[in-house]
Design a protein around this ligand. Sequence first.
Ligand code: MN
Length: 294
Amino acid sequence: MSTVTQPRVPPACVNRPRVVERLVTGMPTSDGAGVKLTRVLTQALQRRLDPYLMLDAFGSDQPDDYIAGFPDHPHRGFETVTYMIAGRMLHRDSAGHEGLLENGGVQWMTAGRGVIHAEIPQQEEGVMEGFQLWLNLPAQDKMSAPWYRDFAAAELPRFTTTAGVDAVVIAGESHGVTGAVSREATAPLYLDLHLPAGSCFVQPLPAGHNAFLYVYRGTLKIGDDTVPERRMAILANDADSDGVSIEAAADTRALLIAGRPLGEPIAQYGPFVMNTEQEIYQAVADYRAGRLAA
Ligand code: MN
């Protein structure tokens, strides 16, 4: 059973929609113990898409591409948001959290000062498809206590517009529906949109917030631009823009992600994202000494 909510308020108008600044093709790579994935938001885009640090898309029906999973590894200084479209993955971490992530479910983990966790597939065949998004923490929260929550598909707020667009609100607020998670500093918006061919969807966005769309099925139109399948569209931040307006050129599924930039220095070494090199050396030293997740 899922929570289907009709929009409680009519969608706010978008009069000066954002345009597409550029389209991005992800980079094929592998991570963990050999999971094949596409890095859509790479390190080179961290400054442009602040507060987001990474978006990985994984999707395969070949067990060899995912079976090895992500054995024990550390994180410090940011949040990971895993959205499973299809498949089963078990999470276990040093803070004592455990959860099974299944079709349509979301796992939100705030690494804070440090967690060591494993993400292991619980299937030996079939499709595994989903996304992992990394959201930065402000300097003042980087050494906060770890936090973890998982949401089954039925627990995620969702709504259907009169145009037939089905929206899952993972974070933020859309059409009067408040998402599963909110964060004051970065004000993340994370929507999964299912748009029937020919339908439109509007979302107000503060002009200063960085925003992007990732089309994982079908094709979108944004103004005069076409965003094909498996492309990310970075939306321009024109000072007078008030949101985004999208139209589905076919049955389409897309993620719409936005947030308030932190504007702080970003220092990353693998799974550690801090503000300075010194803090990175400290994270590595803490991990080696067994203090990271102590
Ligand atoms: Mn991880």
